[in-house]
Design a protein around this ligand. Structure first.
Ligand code: PMP
Length: 393
């Protein structure tokens, strides 16, 4: 019995294996995580709203529902897309998914054929790239700078490669760099992609976790041709365990997602969808998001100031205005994976940057997470990491 050819293309996650390597040593301060801070989950309000929901809608919550998503939730999410993202969304634009990860997997399934090309930012979120791998596509990376995707590179890649079908981008507080694209870059990006027959995935799980600067409109709000498939998620604004996320797309795409969803898992968890409805309608989700923003800002600011104070001058890093990650660039020739064991031995860990590329990646980079570490761990961990870096940089 052989597995399908698709499975040959699905590789175990390099990031998970690094995390295992780190977890095997006790007491390490880990900046390698990618999780929201569980101490911020609104436990009391979630408990209350869940009980109220069961009392009001218990039978519905435990029954089958629609493949597209619970009607009330579709309404809540369409309204949220209008109010928060300036997207003229209606329930017919929305499909509820089991995390954005399912939105990524479904998009790959819906659009990709053998030999197609997917364009991703250099670096990018590996979960998005891996979602495409089963379909026999190849990848082209387009570099990013502090303002976002590099437009001249994007132009060249699209002009030279007619087989590009899908572009995968994370314009807000990207995982792994923490960068947000400027408004100008977003406009330029839309102007370029509108000239090609391509589909864009705008993956935006961190957009609402902005803790500095002004909100910048999402690509979907500038999408006049229905080319952008927007992925939103409750994972970072509420909690990931509910696995409630959504796609916002042109109605003709939404119909196809609904068809696919039916064949994959019939529907998302009705109970979790109604939990989100109850919480979002009757509890202070905006106040909760402000709490997350304030807590992450404090940790990010502390980490950046300690990095400025302690890291060698040859080490550069991003200064995120939101999200959960900082991207560190080491001097040319210094291999972040090569010194990880030494760092873990010293008591601190990170994810080497090379694992965040569709093809070969820069070895002299690392991703640091600031959401699941305490202030004390940040203070200790950054000094430990700085000591390791000083030996090499
Ligand atoms: N996209 C990006 C950029 C992410 O960082 C993550 C989670 N870390 C996801 C998608 C998946 O999120 P979820 O499935 O929990 O919505």
């Amino acid at each position: 019995m052989g597995y399908s050819i698709r499975m040959d293309r699905v590789k175990p996650s390099a990031i998970r294996s690094v995390q295992k390597r780190i977890a095997s040593k006790q007491g390490v301060i880990s900046f390698a995580a990618g999780l929201p801070d569980p101490d911020l989950f609104p436990m009391d309000d979630l408990k209350k709203s869940t009980m109220e929901m069961i009392e009001k809608k218990g039978k519905q919550a435990f029954q089958y529902g629609l493949s597209k998503g619970n009607r009330e939730l579709l309404q809540v999410l369409a309204e949220r897309m209008q109010r928060k993202e300036g997207v003229d969304a209606k329930p017919e634009n929305i499909v509820v998914t089991t995390g954005s990860q399912q939105g990524l997997a479904m998009t790959a399934m819906l659009f990709l054929d053998e030999g197609d090309i997917v364009v991703a930012e250099n670096p990018s979120y590996l979960g998005g790239i891996n979602a495409c791998r089963p379909y026999g596509c190849s990848f082209l990376g387009v570099d990013t700078d502090e303002d976002g995707i590099v437009i001249s590179d994007l132009e060249r890649v699209l002009a030279e490669n007619p087989k590009v079908k899908l572009l995968y981008v994370i314009p807000n507080f990207q995982n792994p760099t923490g960068r947000a694209w400027t408004l100008e870059r977003r406009k330029q990006f839309m102007e370029v992609i509108n000239r090609y027959d391509v589909v864009v995935i705008e993956d935006n799980p961190y957009g609402e976790i902005r803790f500095k600067g002004e909100h910048i409109p999402c690509l979907k709000s500038m999408d006049t041709m229905g080319k952008v498939i927007y992925l939103g998620s409750c994972s970072k604004i509420l909690c990931p365990g509910l696995r409630v996320a959504w796609i916002c797309a042109a109605p003709e795409h939404a119909v196809m997602y609904e068809r696919l969803k039916e064949s994959l898992d019939l529907q998302c968890n009705e109970f979790a969808q109604l939990q989100v409805v109850e919480y979002m309608k009757n509890y202070d989700v905006e106040g909760h998001i402000r709490k997350i923003q304030a807590a992450y800002k404090e940790k990010c600011d502390l980490m950046l100031s300690l990095m400025e104070e302690n890291f060698p001058a040859s080490v550069k890093f991003t200064r995120p205005e939101g999200g959960m990650f900082i991207w560190v660039e080491l001097p040319e020739g210094l291999d972040a994976d090569g010194i990880l064991d030494e760092a873990v031995e010293a008591g601190v860990a990170y994810i080497p940057g090379e694992f965040f590329y569709a093809n070969d990646g820069a070895k002299n980079a690392m991703r640091l997470n600031f959401t699941t570490v305490s202030e004390e761990q940040i203070r200790k961990g950054i000094v430990l990491l700085a000591d390791v870096l000083k030996k090499h940089a």
